[in-house]
Design a protein around this ligand. Structure first.
Ligand SMILES: NC(=O)c1ccc[n+]([C@@H]2O[C@H](COP(=O)([O-])OP(=O)(O)OC[C@H]3O[C@@H](n4cnc5c(N)ncnc54)[C@H](O)[C@@H]3O)[C@@H](O)[C@H]2O)c1
Length: 314
């Protein structure tokens, strides 16, 4: 059992499910959930919850001292689509929150950090298919630039100061329990809500746009797995590629139609198309498999079935 864990950004798409999983594993009182806003979801209040601004290092330190926190999972960030609307806000939040947590670790006030990166670190000059762990990275979004910069700083803090920071480049994450937070892959969640509510979805990406995706349970398992593995297994201190499923809007729509035959989709690409076009269509995650035993368990068929069943029973 690790010491107390603090999750920053716990009300978000990933943070809320991560909080629930870690609480189920370690007990409600060992996991401190926090966010800049109060939770809508009462399940986050099953254990300690603090309103906390990730850009305020003194406030984070107060919570760390109060709860004797040993590990922080930093999930607060501004995502790709919203980041393009507010570039400086995205940069300030994404970078300052990371520095705050890395500096607390550097000063020995916490022992371990999880910080998520993203496939957005890649850009149009990156090999698009089976993108390698180490490759050309010229991101074109402010979000991608912040994640790539964050990766360099994580590696730097590890090499220079011995900070035990661990990271994953998440693909687009799909879940039914929480709504997505303003990313380019949000269509793959919206499509289920609209299919069940209206029988029709207008997709903001074109039908043949293939992107790497993952069901949330796989992402949560990977996150807990990388944090629990022995320090010696972590050979990548920037961020690990992580892969599960790659599909296009047309392919996911076809799979949804297996359950809802009347479902139809139209396509009206907007500014998010250019972001999607700059990202890989599939990812090579051999390093994560070899170093800490990662493997995914959800394919497209299983994910679609679980999404539809989950939303129907909500
Ligand atoms: N969801 C995905 O598909 C995906 C893919 C790749 C990477 N990621 C990364 O995973 C992390 C979590 O993503 P998510 O999808 O859960 O995001 P989200 O937008 O759903 O959640 C982010 C949470 O951070 C909170 N927050 C915002 N500003 C804050 C501040 N100043 N202090 C404290 N909390 C603040 C928000 O209120 C929100 O609850 C982010 O770093 C994101 O870049 C997500």
């Amino acid at each position: 059992m690790p010491s107390t864990i603090l999750i920053i950004g716990a009300c978000g798409q990933i943070g809320s499910e991560l909080t629930a999983s870690l609480r189920a594993k370690h007990g409600n009182n060992h996991i401190i959930a926090s966010d800049i806003r109060e939770p809508n979801d009462q399940t986050l209040l099953k254990g300690p919850f603090e309103v906390l601004d990730a850009t305020n290092i003194d406030a984070i330190e107060d919570v760390v001292v109060h709860y004797e926190v040993g590990e922080i999972y930093l999930m607060a960030a501004m995502l790709s689509a919203t980041g393009e609307k507010f570039p400086m806000k995205a940069w300030n939040l994404n970078m300052n929150s990371l520095f705050n947590v890395l500096n607390l670790a550097k000063e020995g006030k916490i022992q371990k950090v999880f910080w998520p990166s993203s496939i957005a670190v890649f850009g149009p000059s990156t090999p698009q298919h089976s993108t390698p762990q180490t490759t050309v990275m010229e991101p074109t979004t402010v979000y991608g630039i912040s994640k790539q910069t964050g990766e360099r700083w994580c590696e730097y803090y590890h090499q220079k100061y011995g900070v035990d920071v661990r990271s994953i480049r998440y693909p687009g994450l799909i879940s039914y329990k929480t709504l997505p937070g303003g990313g380019t892959t949000d269509y793959a969640i919206d499509i289920f809500h609209e299919a069940l509510k209206n029988g029709h979805y207008e997709c903001f990406l074109s039908e043949e746009t293939e992107l790497p995706m993952m069901y949330m349970d796989d992402a949560i398992n990977a996150t807990i797995q990388i944090m629990e593995t022995a320090e010696a297994n972590i050979n990548v201190r920037s961020s690990y590629n992580l892969a599960a499923i790659s599909f296009t809007p047309e392919e996911i729509a076809r799979e949804i139609k297996e359950h809802l035959p009347e479902f139809s989709v139209s396509y009206a690409p907007d500014f998010r198309q250019a972001i999607a076009d700059s990202w890989p269509s599939s990812i090579d995650d051999t390093a994560a498999q070899e170093d800490w035993g990662w493997s995914s368990t959800y394919d497209l068929k299983k994910m679609v079935q679980v999404m539809i069943e989950g939303l129907r029973s909500d």
